[in-house]
Write a protein that binds this ligand. Sequence first.
Ligand SMILES: NC(=O)c1ccc[n+]([C@@H]2O[C@H](COP(=O)([O-])OP(=O)(O)OC[C@H]3O[C@@H](n4cnc5c(N)ncnc54)[C@H](OP(=O)(O)O)[C@@H]3O)[C@@H](O)[C@H]2O)c1
Length: 282
Amino acid sequence: MSEDFRLGGDLVVNRLGFGAMRLPSKNGMGGPARDPEAGRAVLRRAVELGVNHIDTADFYVSRNGTVRANTLLREALHPYPSGLVIATKVGPVIRPGSFSQGAPADLRGLVEDNLESLGVDRLDLVYLRIGGMGAPHGESLAARFEALAALREEGLIRHLGISNVTTSHLAEARAIAPVVAVQNEFHAAQRADADLLAACEESGIAFVPFSPVGGGADFDDERLAKVAARHGVTVAQVGLAWLLVSSPVTLAIPGTGSLAHLEDNMAAAGLALTEQDLADLT
Ligand SMILES: NC(=O)c1ccc[n+]([C@@H]2O[C@H](COP(=O)([O-])OP(=O)(O)OC[C@H]3O[C@@H](n4cnc5c(N)ncnc54)[C@H](OP(=O)(O)O)[C@@H]3O)[C@@H](O)[C@H]2O)c1
């Protein structure tokens, strides 16, 4: 089992968590629906294996709208076990064929959608997710983060995070309200946000890399393959173990709709990388 992290100072989570985006459809949002019973089984097994930090969003939905990550979470796990932290994200307004950014006034409705679909009175952690499908750009997040901070003051949210952001966004957000977690794409083969990770580490903010096993594609990195062969493990396990040793503030949220991949990913907690491995992964 990987060690714990104190999210926001009070929510104690296993650093190896779970991402729910792949449960409704294999390719993430809007793909062909997966079997909902298989998704519920993966969630139940994740909790059995020690996962107590699950990342989700109300917009993780299959293309035909029949399978929704938040519904699966509620059906599989509600009443939620004590200590389970469910992190969700708001910002995008997603309709068939369009992905746009919600305005500040939209955030209350988006938060309420999550409260209802998850079946809770207060959300543990809500990220403001900005930008489009690609890397973050220069937009200001201030007006939307202020709106989200007001909902936190109202008691609808325990902690705030930001996602798909730069170090400037982190400073902008922290001037408005405490930020306990940052979620950006980052993994062994994609380390462009090393400066953001360093900024989080300096302030004890959780850094929650999305697509921690490469998003299922392009994870065929020679360095990972070499270390995986040395230990007789999978590249996914090496990638996750590397994330966990790369900083004390990283929380991994690998996503899968497969029980076998879940078991594989959770076994990464037992993989001890050597100095030689870390040098090879540089
Ligand atoms: N904030 C954001 O903008 C944002 C963006 C993307 C994702 N996220 C969050 O981050 C979480 C993880 O990201 P992600 O799902 O994009 O990427 P990921 O966890 O790196 O990879 C998931 C993909 O890899 C496959 N996979 C998982 N474990 C595997 C293993 N051990 N061996 C082989 N293949 C494996 C999965 O397929 P199978 O399902 O078939 O196993 C799936 O296609 C998401 O669930 C979501 O919560 C956030």
